[in-house]
Design a protein around this ligand. Structure first.
Ligand code: FAD
Length: 445
């Protein structure tokens, strides 16, 4: 991969510059390069690099990776599994991923240490200029943001730590894919809707004899140190390489988890599952690390005069299950399509189509998911729903299908029914009413 100093003033002009080479940035750059546009993908870390994650790919992620021709590489470095084992309120269920016309009925676990470099390499192989170890430190010649839109920019200012080189890269379009912290996204004018849910998760690696199991496992009744059920779940994802990824994820609106110490919760969860999975001090490989899960498109705006945000920078995680990799690939691909259309037409205003496509792809589904999150933020409602659901296997299978966004358009099962019921509820009960339902907790922080 080239160094920053190798870019001459003539080669530092691109059709598109993309900041961040996680799932969303790499997918944006991959699909634009594949279509023949000149793209510069900038990543501040050098691959392979760690990224705090559960390392779980659902069938939606596998589909996107297969579309990029990467499934054989993922299979070589990852571990194939065929479903979810769920525990909660004294019951357990093993559920295969459903059959679907588009998505496969299996997933993989693969560390982000291995995964993200594979996609960036494929992007470089399609002709993109991929700069690693290079940070975008600011927008170049930013313009004012019209109401409801991002600022525009003539490109980005780059800094390469290893050589101390600074450079400007100019591009007709700038796509920001810099993840959950999204410093550049904030510079573009992205803000978060604080009335909508936010997640928080923590994970660590352990060695385990059960590392090659064909199920990912989730525990739906994680409890805080006082024994209270907490909105979220604990997971153990076997990695097939001697290790398991163990973590907890919490959901909240307006920082309701602020009183909950996630490190303590992780310790409690590890203790709960220690005997079954052989988790202890001697099998623990490192200190747990955590991060935020911006979800349900709670961050925006997503478009500017010549700028877009994708993936976590635009809050695209699925609130139902905390999955963000598939939505990174998908929003990146949607953005690439819209930018390519704008480039072909020579008309930047084509970018507004990105808002429409996000709305078409996720608007209704995320609205339902947000309503669901508000409901289960109330421990009593969570306990009632999961406690009953876990005992009715067909219902739980359908719930899994809805939560992983794997519903078929023609589906008329109980899951579809439950989804339609929730969708109606989300339509008639305004979001603030859910907040009231949850009382003061929703207004903390
Ligand atoms: C604990 C935890 C567990 C999770 N588990 C799962 C899971 O099992 N499955 C799942 O699907 N999702 C999971 N997620 C969510 C998932 O990790 C994210 O949704 C996903 O990584 C988003 O992809 P992204 O490309 O938008 O951002 P990121 O993956 O964060 O990539 C952003 C990239 O931009 C780079 N960058 C940042 N700033 C700059 C800059 N200024 N210049 C250059 N480069 C920059 C970063 O180094 C990084 O490589 C989890 C998240 C957490 C915190």
């Amino acid at each position: 991969m080239p160094q920053l100093a190798e870019l001459s003033s003539t080669t530092s002009r691109f059709d598109v510059v993309v900041v961040g080479a996680g799932p969303s940035g790499s997918a944006t750059a991959y699909w634009l390069a594949e279509a023949g546009w000149s793209v510069c993908l900038v990543e501040k870390k050098v691959f392979p690099r760690e990224k705090t994650c559960g390392d779980g790919l659902t069938p939606r992620s596998v589909y996107q990776l297969a579309e990029m021709g990467l499934e054989p590489a993922v299979a070589a470095h990852g571990h194939r599994y065929h479903g979810l084992r769920a525990f909660g309120f004294g019951a357990s269920l093993e559920m295969n991923w459903p059959d679907h016309a588009v998505f496969p009925n299996y997933g993989y676990t693969i560390t982000r240490f291995n995964l993200d470099g594979l996609v960036a390499e494929a992007t470089a192989a399609r002709g993109a200029t991929v700069l690693t170890g290079v940070e975008a430190v600011g927008l170049l010649e930013p313009t004012e943001a019209p109401a409801g839109h991002l600022r525009g920019a003539a490109g980005v200012v780059l800094y390469e730590k290893a050589t101390g080189t600074r450079a400007e890269v100019r591009a007709r379009y700038v796509v920001v894919a810099d993840g959950q912290n999204s410093r550049l996204g904030r510079e573009l004018g992205v803000t978060r809707n604080r009335q909508w849910p936010m997640g928080m998760a923590l994970r660590g690696y352990y060695t385990s004899d059960r590392h090659a199991e064909p199920w990912i496992e989730s525990h739906l009744d994680i409890r805080d140190p006082n024994g209270e059920v907490v909105p979220g779940y604990g997971w153990i994802f076997p990695l097939g390489d001697g290790r398991v990824n163990v973590g907890v994820g919490l959901l909240s609106t307006d920082g309701a988890w602020k009183g909950v110490n996630t490190t303590k919760l992780q310790e409690y969860f590890v203790n709960q599952t220690a005997d079954a999975w052989g988790l202890n001090e001697s099998t623990r490989l490192s200190e747990p690390t955590g991060g935020r899960l911006p979800m349900g498109l709670a961050r925006g705006p997503h478009t500017g005069a010549n700028t877009l945000v994708v993936g976590d920078a635009g809050g695209s995680i699925n609130p139902f299950n905390g999955e963000g990799i598939a939505y990174g690939y998908e929003t990146g691909r949607l953005a690439a399509g819209v930018v390519a259309e704008a480039l072909l037409a020579g008309e930047a205003h084509h970018l507004v189509a990105y808002d429409e496509r996000l709305e078409n792809a996720y608007g209704e589904y995320f609205k339902v998911a947000r309503a669901f999150v508000r409901l289960i933020s109330e421990p009593k409602i969570l306990a009632a729903c999961v406690g009953v659901g876990m005992r009715i296997e067909p219902v739980m299978r359908e719930v899994l299908t809805v939560m992983a966004n794997l519903m078929r358009n023609d589906e008329r099962g109980p899951g579809e029914f439950a989804y339609r019921a929730l969708a109606r509820l989300a339509d008639v009960v305004p979001e603030r009413a859910y907040a009231m339902l949850l009382g003061d907790r929703a207004h903390e922080g």
